[in-house]
Design a protein around this ligand. Sequence first.
Ligand SMILES: *Cc1c(COP(=O)(O)O)cnc(C)c1O
Length: 393
Amino acid sequence: MAQSGKSTRMIWAGEDGLFSEGAITAPIYNSVAFGYEDMHQWFETALGKRQGHIYSRNTNPTVAVLEEKIRQLDGGEKATSFSTGMAAISNSLFALLTPGQRVVAIKDTYGGSNRMFIEFLPRIGVEVALCDTTDFDAIEAEVVKGCDLLYLESPTNPTLKVVDIERLANTAHAHQATVIVDNTFATPINQRPLSLGADLVVYSATKYLNGHSDVMGGLAVGNADLIDRIYHYREITGAALHPQSAYMIMRGMKTLALRIARHNENGQAVAAYLASHSKIEAVFYPGLADHPNHAIARQQMDGYGGMLSFAVKGGFDAAVTVLESLKLAHKAASLGSVGTLAGPPKTTSHVELSVEERAAAGIAEGLIRYSCGIEDTDDLLQDLEQALANVAL
Ligand SMILES: *Cc1c(COP(=O)(O)O)cnc(C)c1O
C-alpha cells in the first residue's frame, strides 16, 4: 500500500479490510457507549490493556477508521481527530504548551490560529513571537532566542505565501523545539510536512479533505508521544468528532486525489488568466513563475492547489462589483469545496483586523480570495471575464 499511487492510497488506506457483517464501507457507529457482558473485559479495556471502545468522547470505531486513514496518508506514527479544525489547533497548542514557554509563529496564520497567538496563549503565560512569514532569517533568529514550539502554515491565507518548511524545521530541531504545520491548503496530495521534518501536522478537515462544504472536522497526525498528549487533552476537554462527520470526511477523501488534480489545474489556469488581465493589480498564486517563493513551492509541493487571491484595480468597490457579478461562485466563507467560493478577506478571514492592520498584512481592500472548485476550467474563466467586464475603470 505504501508504494501505491495517490489515488489508490486515498481509497484503500485504513479501509483495506471488511468491516462488521462484511460491510465494505465503514459502518457509522452512532452509539455513545459500548457495552460489556464480561466485567473483567470492560475493566481491562478501560485501563487500555485490551483493544476496544468505552465511550465516544474518547474513541469510536468509525472515527478510528478515519484516524488510521490520515495516519497512513501523512506517514505519521499516530493520529487523532476533533470536532473542527480550530479544535485540532487549539487542543494541540494547549496540550503541548505550559506557562513560561515560548512559541515562534508566522504572522500570516489562519485568523483563528492568529487569535490563539495574540489572545489565548499570552493569557496562560506563553510568550509568542510572530514573524514576517517569508523572512526565514528573522524566523530563525527568533528560534535561536529560545523556542519550545515553531508553528507554521503553508501556503497561507489569503495571500498564498510559501514557507520553507524543511529549512525552518531543521533550525527548530537544533534548538529542541516541536514543529507544527497547518497543511489544510495543500492536503497530503500536494504536500507532506512530516517528510519535510515537521513533528505534527494539523488539518481543518472541513475544507479539502471533506471537500463538499457539508461537514466540519479537524485532524492531527505525527509523532506518537505528541499525539498521545493531544488525545488526552481532547478526551478530557471534549471536542470529539461525530462518527457521522468522520464518515463524511472519509467518503470525501476517497476522491481527494481526483479533486486536487482538478483544483490544481483550475488554480493555475485562473491565476495565469488574471495575471494577464488589464483590470487586475496583483495575483497571488504559488504556481506563477514570478511568485516570490515559487522555487520553494516547486521543491516542497507536488501541486500548487486551488486557492488564489487577486486585487482588482479600483479597490473595494471594484471587488464588490466583481463578486456580485460572479455567477459560478458562492459568495461565502470557507474554501476547498467542489464548488467555487469567493469573498473579500475584509469580511471573512481578516474581519477582526482594522484597515491599517490589513494593510500591514499586505491585504489590499480590493483583494478577493478565490477558492477554485472542480468546475470546467473554461466556465470559470468565462465567468471571471464577464464579471471583470462590469468593472468601470
Ligand atoms: C478553516 C481553516 C482552519 C479552521 O478550521 P475550522 O474547521 O473552520 O475550525 C484552520 N486553518 C486553516 C488554514 C483553515 O483554512
